[in-house]
Design a protein around this ligand. Structure first.
Ligand SMILES: Cc1cc2nc3c(=O)[nH]c(=O)nc-3n(C[C@H](O)[C@H](O)[C@H](O)COP(=O)(O)OP(=O)(O)OC[C@H]3O[C@@H](n4cnc5c(N)ncnc54)[C@H](O)[C@@H]3O)c2cc1C
Length: 342
């Protein structure tokens, strides 16, 4: 009898459970929340490449197709000059993430056991080592493993986010999702319809202002978006690519293979900040290579290598001319870029 235990029921945990159900006799998935409630904070909704997802676009939770995203830079020093350009998407969709995750968990229900409202503690995780064959830690940016095992560090590079879901008039942001760069603050506006949108701002941890809520509100005003009240915002953290040494993501503890996947592993694309597709892909890889820790570590390295090189090139250019100037040069030289370059 082989057992796999999955901690976290977001995209990474669901993908791990789905894959594990193919080879393990007993698969248990634990989430500290429930699928019945609105999954507050489960708002990453822009999927640039839906091919990475396992269901057809006809399932609940897929809102609509998109083939472009617009990038705007706002230059304060030159009387708020705005530069705009479009990036192409290969197979983009907008999803309602809470609906999508609920649909996925329901689909899995007859193959695995789902424990909702069940936070896994570090002690519990330690106890499972030695009894389960495989443990997948998909518990997000601050994974349980961090408090269970001394050799797991916290992420070295994170983006601090403030986001909201609102109803209102979003005609000027519909149908193409928009990313607005206000200096160190990057804002995403993802419209579900002309009257429903999710938007938020992210800053590198080192550049986040003291009063993030106040700054978010003033950026909403500047962007012509409804200004949320304090209770309508959610604070989050996004660990970016390479923020955890990949060798920490696969290890053997008291006879059990442990793997970190998704945000726990730190695989969010540095420039675009998309992490949903990577969360799913890393979960599949972790289960596939559950007996080969080195192969999973190599997979993490290989899957982010291209990004790292682009990151280095963009960082060098950015240091020379500044991010806004760099983006405006991109905007002036060509009107369309493939998003995967970022
Ligand atoms: C504001 C914001 C906007 C974003 N927008 C996008 C976007 O548009 N497109 C995109 O591709 N990416 C986006 N991202 C990134 C994306 O959301 C993440 O990369 C992705 O959700 C990671 O999935 P995950 O399953 O690893 O983690 P999570 O989605 O964080 O899931 C972790 C799960 O673990 C559960 N959990 C946590 N602790 C425990 C515990 N102790 N016991 C049991 N369960 C636990 C939580 O309840 C949760 O369900 C965004 C991120 C943020 C913060």
């Amino acid at each position: 009898m082989t057992t796999a235990k999955i901690i976290g029921g977001g995209m990474a945990g669901l993908a791990a459970a789905q894959k594990a159900a193919q080879t393990f006799d007993d698969v248990e998935l634990y989430d500290e929340g429930t699928y019945a409630d609105s999954r507050e904070g489960a708002w990453g909704e822009l999927v640039p490449n839906y091919q990475q997802f396992p269901f057809s676009k006809q399932v609940d939770g897929v809102v609509r197709n998109i083939d472009q995203i617009e990038l705007r830079t706002v230059e304060h020093s030159t009387s708020r000059q705005i530069t705009e350009f479009k990036l192409n998407l290969q197979d983009g969709v907008i999803i309602d993430r809470d609906v999508y995750e609920t649909m996925w968990a329901t689909e899995l229900n007859n193959q695995i056991t789902v424990y909702e409202d069940h936070p896994v503690t570090p002690e519990q995780l330690q106890d499972w080592c030695g009894t389960a064959d495989l443990i997948i830690d998909a518990s997000g940016p601050q994974p349980v493993s961090q408090n269970a095992f001394e050799h797991i560090s916290s992420h070295s590079k994170t983006i601090e986010t403030v986001s909201t879901q609102q109803s209102g008039k979003f005609r000027q942001y519909y149908p193409i999702p928009v990313a607005v760069i206000f200096g160190a603050a990057k804002m995403y506006v993802t419209t579900k319809s002309q009257i429903r949108a999710t938007y938020g701002v992210g800053w590198d941890r080192t550049k986040a202002p003291d009063n993030k809520l106040q700054r978010f509100k003033s950026l909403c005003e500047e962007a012509g978006l409804p200004v949320p009240s304090e209770r309508e915002v959610v604070y989050g953290t996004e660990p970016v690519m390479g923020s955890r040494p990949y060798r920490q993501c696969a290890f053997h503890q008291d006879g059990t293979e442990v793997r970190l996947v998704g945000d726990a592993a730190g695989v969010v694309n540095w420039a675009s900040r998309f992490g949903l597709g990577r969360a799913i892909a890393s979960a599949y890889a972790a289960v596939e290579y559950h007996n080969h820790p080195k192969k999973y570590i190599d997979w993490l390295q290989d899957s982010t290598r291209g990004d790292r090189i682009k990151h280095q090139i963009l960082r060098l250019l950015e240091q020379g001319v500044g991010e806004q100037r760099l983006m405006s040069v991109f905007g002036q030289t060509r009107s369309e870029y493939p998003l995967h370059w970022f």
